[in-house]
Structure formats: C-alpha cells, structure tokens
Design a protein around this ligand. Sequence first.
Ligand code: SIN
Ligand code: CO
Length: 387
Amino acid sequence: MPHLSHLGAMPVEEFLRDYWQQKPVCIRNAFANLEPLLAADELAGLSLESEVESRLVENDGDIANWRVQHGPMQEQDFAKPRAYPWTLLVQGVDHFVPAAFDFAAGFRFIPAWRFDDLMISYATKGAGVGAHYDRYDVFLIQGEGRRRWQTGQVCNSQSELATHNQLSLLQDFVTEQEFDLEPGDLLYIPSLVAHKGVALSDNCVTYSIGFRAPSYSEVLGGFADFIGQQLSADQRLHSSPEPQPAAEISAYDIASLRTIISQQLSDENLAQWFGCMTTEPKNSALDLSEEAMDTTELATIIKDAYGVLRVSEGVRLAYTWQGDGGMTLFAQGEAIACPPEAADLAMALANELVLEVADLASLASTEASQAVLLVLHNQGWIYFDDE
Ligand code: SIN
Ligand code: CO
C-alpha cells in the first residue's frame, strides 16, 4: 500500500523539511472528496465493545464541571439528547476498521515505529475537550462537519494545569493561530504545542493520527529491563582483589560496572530491544485469532493466486537486517528470525501491509518464506482476503 506522496498540494518531503516536529501547519483540502471512514452510529457501536478504549466528555458550563466518562459505553449513553455539548472519542479505530487502517497507512512517510493509532472524535455543536497539549505529533483531519482549532504556546512538564481530576487541561492558553476546518482539511500539530478545538457544527467528526516517541527515560529504563531479563542471576559483580578503605567505592568498582553495561550496548541488542518494544501491541485485548493453516493449504492459496494478503488491523511490524542478508522481523513485540530466503517476503509484508496473492508465487517460493508466512498467519497477524 503506497503512502501519500503529497498532503494536498504539498509534497511530503516539503512537509518533513519545513513543519514536521517544528511548527503547526494547516493544509486545506488535503483529502479531496473524503468519504467517512465509518458512520457515526458505527463509531458509537465500537465504543460499546469491551476491547475498545473510549471517552465521552460533556461540557457542562465551567471547566471544573466537565464530565468525563470512560468506556465501554452503554446503549443508553446515546439514547437521549444531552443538555450540554459532548464529544465521544474512540481510540485505535484502525485496529478494528480496515478503512481506518488503510487511511492511517497513508502517513507511513513517517517511520512506522512512531505510529500510535487513529482516534476518531464525534462532537455536537459547541463541544470540545479543552485546551491541552499532547506528547504526540498529531495530524487532525476533519472528516465531517466543521471544527475551529486554535494552536498556542509550546508547553512542557512545568506548564500549569487547570484543576480537573480527569482532564489535563492547561491553566493558560495563548492563542497564536486559528483555523476553521472543513471536511478534507488537515491540521498538523507538533508534540507539546497547545491546542484547543471546538465543534462549529453538529456531527463534527475529526480523525486524529498520532505519532509517539519514547522519552530518554523510557529508552534507558526499557533497554535495561530488556537486557536484565536475558542475564543469569549467576553472573555477579566482583570486587577488587586489592585492599582498599572499607567504605570506598573504588575506581575498580566503577570500571567493573562500566564493563558490564558496555558489553550489552551492542547494535544487535539495541535493535532487538527497539524492535520488540516498538511493535508491542497497543491494544492487548485485540482478538486476532485466525484458523490455523498448514503448508498444503498455503500452497493451494498461492497457486490459486486470488485476492490479497493483509497485515491484520492493529498489528505492528518492523524489521532489522542481520549481517548475513537475513533479518529479524518484529511482530507484536516478538522477534522472528528470517533467513535470507525469507527476507524479501518479510520486507514486502512489513513495508507494504497488503500484498497481491498473485505475487506470492515469487515472494514466497522458498520453504523458509512459507514457514514465516505460516507463523504470521497462524498467530492471526496476517490474513487472506478474497473479497
Ligand atoms: C478531538 O478530536 O476532539 C481532540 C483531539 C486532540 O486534541 O488531540
Ligand atoms: Co490533542
């Protein structure tokens, strides 16, 4: 599946050079004739499911009174009109709706390991979740209706928050730019930039495609944990054989610590950890069961050459090359060793997400590549779609 080459009239290279992680930009008509990814009642339906993360924010006058309800929602939550404007926010719609998965894949001009999810918000006129900042870069695409967005100051951990026990709202918001978004318009907001959206119409639907980045603290803590799990408790720190003052932590001790740590700091260990960490499922409740298939069934499908092979919605894939032309494929937090004969297939799947079954005759011609295909299929991480 090819990613977008342009956002509206802007080549993605220009976007990456001039705006990405630097400053907000509004791109009018980035998606001409955008079809809704799913209907409002289907979005409400998703929020009733136990494995779907959702929130409903009701703007009852003063900010301190704004009510936040966490999903799963109940049918009756949507049965009667509400007295105040409200927003339903549903996370990870790309895990459940192929059209949302495909739409988000358009943004794979950004490294896939950064991608978090596609959230959809549905708001009534006047509704909004308040002034806040996210530690995410986000593309906000107006799906239906109209919304006014304001962008403001760059925030940080010291930025003062308003008193609300469930929403992290900013105490102060300094408006810098204002954009009224119509269907198909896009607003990009870098991480930490304050923003505030208010629905200008009923049936105001916004698609929010979020990109994450681990903090330095998560990098160091995560890597250390990962390595720690692989080391034996039998390996212990030794002290110097030389006499030394009892209370002194010696240069020898520090050098031993440095040796232990630097021995683990190989590119291979870093890649293994990073691949596993960044492909860990966002939604561990996702049901990916797929009926197990054997080599003979797979051979028949490849021979019939009909339909497509898709990476399952919500599944994260990444890979890293090994010296011998083979690779490690990471899927849902697990590492799968692929010999060189399986590398083309693994690379195509991880990069393209959808392959023509007709192309498998050449991509999956080896036993090794078919074995990788079966592992992925039987975990439910890929599936054949003959629609
Ligand atoms: C919204 O879509 O209402 C909120 C999205 C955001 O500000 O992150
Ligand atoms: Co936000």
